[in-house]
Design a protein around this ligand. Structure first.
Ligand code: FES
Length: 163
């Protein structure tokens, strides 16, 4: 168990050291890092392992086990298109194709400008309003193929205004 995390930058070090160096806090620390960085950088995993005194492989396997964690950077807008049965029947494959063509990324990828990431998921638990898409925490119900590009454009505009 280390008193101080050496292998991490200041921001990550502060997040890690906000918790006692105990194994039971590993997931909480990972959640906070994911929230702050939008993904789990390798240096954070190394820092957590060092701080808590467990092998890196243990922290890494937790990070890969839980779907909520990402080991690659996510865009500012994380698009999750549901491709579960109800959404699939109602046209989610077409939506996914349209997003791929528009943004030039496939599921699991992030645009070079780090504005958008795309993911497909199995069921968002909202089958009655299929096909469903989420962008960060916002749910877009009954998304039509005519609306999808406008929705993306709206987020693009929002990102341009914030810069
Ligand atoms: S299948 Fe898409 S919300 Fe359930």
């Amino acid at each position: 168990m280390a008193d101080e995390v050496i292998h991490a930058d200041n921001e990550i070090r502060n997040i890690i050291q906000a918790y006692p160096p105990e194994k039971r806090f590993i997931l909480a620390v990972m959640q906070d890092v994911q929230k702050s960085c939008n993904y789990l950088p390798k240096e954070a995993l190394l820092g957590i392992a060092e701080y808590v005194g467990v092998p890196f492989s243990r922290v890494y396997s937790l990070a890969t086990f839980y779907k909520a964690f990402s080991l690659t950077p996510k865009g500012r807008y994380n698009i999750k298109v549901c491709d579960g049965t109800a959404c699939h029947i109602k046209g989610s494959p077409v939506l996914i194709d349209q997003i791929q063509n528009s943004l030039g990324i496939g599921p699991g990828e992030t645009t070079a400008d780090e504005i958008f990431s795309l993911e497909t998921v199995n069921c968002l638990g909202a089958c009655a309003i299929a096909p469903v898409m989420m962008v960060n925490d916002k749910v877009h119900p009954k998304v039509s193929s005519s609306a999808i590009l406008e929705i993306i454009k709206g987020y693009r505009k929002e990102a341009d205004h914030e810069e």
